[in-house]
Design a protein around this ligand. Sequence first.
Ligand SMILES: Nc1ncnc2c1ncn2[C@@H]1O[C@H](COP(=O)(O)OP(=O)(O)OP(=O)(O)O)[C@@H](O)[C@H]1O
Length: 254
Amino acid sequence: MLMDVPDILSLIDISKSYDKKTVLDKVNVSVQLNNSTGIIGRNGAGKTTLIKIILGLLQASSGEVRYFGGQKLDNAVKKKIGFFIGLEYLPEELTGLQYLQFVNFLYNGNGRQSDENLLNLFEFFFEERDSAKKSISSYSFGMKQKIGICGALVNQPQLLILDEPFSGLDAFSCKRLIAFINKYRQNATVLISSHDLTFIEKICDHLMILEKNQIIYNDTLANFTTSGKQTLEDSLFRLLSPQDTNDEKINWLV
Ligand SMILES: Nc1ncnc2c1ncn2[C@@H]1O[C@H](COP(=O)(O)OP(=O)(O)OP(=O)(O)O)[C@@H](O)[C@H]1O
């Protein structure tokens, strides 16, 4: 007998317009327990907008989001979600460790993670601990990305949402993040937006494609790439045939 798998996320008729520009038009999708889903789409397609709506950081123009089998976004639900959506929310005046302690406090009051645990998390991504004592404002772009990612992981969330986590990461850090997510996703639901299709192939079993205000694909990655016979890039270009590699146009421009 097939068991009903609960939807961890259900987006119901989500629309979003900025001024008069529609970015999302009645999007209906769901994400199931312990899926690792990659969200891809062109620049400006609306990936970050969608993620911010899921996180309750942005109000949809209409529609609603439900969590963990139908719940509304209350404090109990928020405690099960970890997220990284770029650097705009990072308190740069704090040190790396203070930031992780702050996130730990936000989620857990008295704190579930010891400083030693937080430093272990830091060390996994930074390969050293000294920078944990330095202020985030002194970090490079990639280091800021990494402390943001660490923040998303402090509470060991059941739903982990990462918006372009690989931007600015060196090859070693990418490898570590990929290994981490591949382990983590065995017992959690992961939603990741990235323009790096090879990374999406390495860490996701599901795929969402956002195009022209809609999710035009929401299914397994294997179905999309005919069980890995094509790369994700080839499959995507086959579906949305890019016109901009036209030699004539390039000759004119160069
Ligand atoms: N605060 C805002 N005010 C007005 N328009 C906005 C705002 N934020 C985003 N937009 C517009 O909404 C659209 C979707 O933006 P969004 O950042 O969600 O795209 P994205 O898919 O994440 O893009 P990218 O891949 O470039 O990061 C874009 O056309 C953008 O200009």
